[in-house]
Design a protein around this ligand. Structure first.
Ligand SMILES: CC(C)(COP(=O)(O)OP(=O)(O)OC[C@H]1O[C@@H](n2cnc3c(N)ncnc32)[C@H](O)[C@@H]1OP(=O)(O)O)[C@@H](O)C(=O)NCCC(=O)NCCSC(=O)C1=CCCCC1=O
Length: 378
């Protein structure tokens, strides 16, 4: 006996939460695209897609503006609810940067000294991280260039990272007036040792993709410079030697003339970087996903994500209050200094003078701030 007697409703439901409200094509914007799923030979698979969410603000190293944050959230939420989507690729426009974090112009010129406004912004930022971690599709961080500050934080929220070998990774907060409280201090200790996570979070050093691969933070690193038809690995980084004079040197920066020559070569060719190998690796991962049971796959992914969420969920609400309050002090100074570097000639405050003023128990007013900021040059 069949079950046709049971009442059923068969009209397909539309679960999309957002109808293109915060996406665009003209920078600064978030671009949302559904690209057809392709097999390893490049044949299009009917009816299945990959969502691409692209941070498109290349002139400011793909830093995200407030509106772009909304676009990212909308992208992940719609991809999550789209039954035809197999996976999400999260990337940036151009050959230089995936993302350099929050937009320092907005931070300095609007949010600083407007603590509650920044508190509202942090609602959106936290929601952006949550929308990645909650997405019901696997998320690939396609690291087309530097993944710095908040860019590193939203990158770490993704499930698998495939990187250009010109990319660098690190935090900027403690130098520019913030803290890695948008995910890095919660996620990084899972990826690296606690010792490495500590130094990477506070030092504001930029570590190479090869170093991060060796430490386990990336799945794959590929060259993107193609010179005279040959793939050339990042010429500023040591990739052919593991130990030198008893020290691990693999993934470290070259020094002296070698570094200068490497930088010159990158400067000459980076604008024409070729992402063929990067996209090949991304497609290999997506094809692997496509040939797994979707339910079992996302259950497995959520099991790993939960460990990242363990610290993030414990801390995220609390983080936003400090970040909001901080906008009246160190963030005003730090982002102000970076944002006015063309006016003053210096991109940070005078940290020693600031510490001396704090040691003297000075009031945190504009007079004290003026003493530590650079001065407009003639
Ligand atoms: C280290 C850098 C990322 C790269 O340095 P470098 O290679 O020397 O390039 P620059 O000349 O500095 O940058 C090129 C142009 O891009 C502009 N730029 C870069 N980053 C940003 C940005 N984040 N916002 C706006 N504009 C940016 C830069 O001004 C240059 O423009 P120009 O007109 O001069 O050509 C270095 O650029 C750097 O340190 N950038 C700032 C990184 C940063 O401080 N990000 C914000 C950190 S805070 C954050 O992200 C947070 C997230 C959520 C939680 C709270 C929080 O604080």
């Amino acid at each position: 006996m069949s079950l046709e007697w049971m009442p059923r409703e068969n009209e397909v439901k539309d679960h999309a939460l957002h109808r293109n409200p915060h996406w665009g094509t003209e920078a600064p914007c978030t671009v949302y695209e559904k690209k057809p799923l392709t097999d390893p030979k490049g044949n299009v698979v009917d009816g299945l897609f990959v969502s691409w969410i692209t941070l498109n603000n290349p002139r400011q190293f793909n830093s995200y503006t407030t509106d772009m944050v909304k676009g990212v959230i909308a992208g992940f939420e719609n991809a999550s609810l789209d039954r035809s989507v197999v996976a999400v690729v999260f990337t940036g426009t151009g050959p230089y940067s995936f993302c350099s974090g929050g937009n320092t112009k907005e931070y300095s010129e609007f949010y600083s000294k407007r603590c509650d406004e920044y508190g509202q912004y942090m609602e959106l930022f936290n929601h952006m991280v949550d929308s990645i971690l909650a997405c019901k599709k696997p998320v690939i961080s396609r690291v087309n260039g530097m993944r710095v500050a908040g860019g590193q934080e939203i990158g770490l929220a993704c499930d698998i990272a495939i990187s250009s070998d010109l990319a660098i990774f690190g935090q900027a907060g403690p130098k520019h007036g913030s803290a890695p409280a948008g995910g890095s201090s919660d996620f990084l200790p899972w990826f690296l040792t606690a010792e490495d996570a500590m130094w990477n979070c506070v030092s504001c050093e930029m570590w190479s993709a090869y170093k991060m691969k060796a430490k386990g933070m990336l799945s794959k690193v590929v060259p993107v410079l193609k010179i005279d038809g040959e793939w050339v690995r990042n010429p500023t980084i040591i990739t052919d030697t593991y130990v030198q004079d008893g020290e691990i040197v693999y993934g470290e920066y070259k020094t002296g003339q070698d570094l200068k020559d490497g930088r010159a070569l990158i400067k000459q060719h980076q604008a024409n970087a070729d992402f063929e190998l990067l996209d090949k690796e991304v497609n290999t991962v997506i094809w692997k996903f496509a040939n797994l049971f979707p339910g079992c796959l996302i259950k497995s992914i959520d099991g790993i994500r939960q460990k990242k969420k363990f610290f993030w969920d414990t801390m995220k609400n609390d983080h936003r209050h400090w970040l909001a309050a901080n906008m009246s002090g160190e963030a005003f100074l730090g982002f102000g200094a970076f944002n006015t570097k063309k006016i003053t000639g210096q991109d940070t405050v005078d940290f020693i003078k600031f510490r001396q003023n704090v040691a003297d128990s000075r009031l945190w007013n504009d007079e004290m701030f003026a003493e530590v900021m650079g001065k407009p040059q003639e």
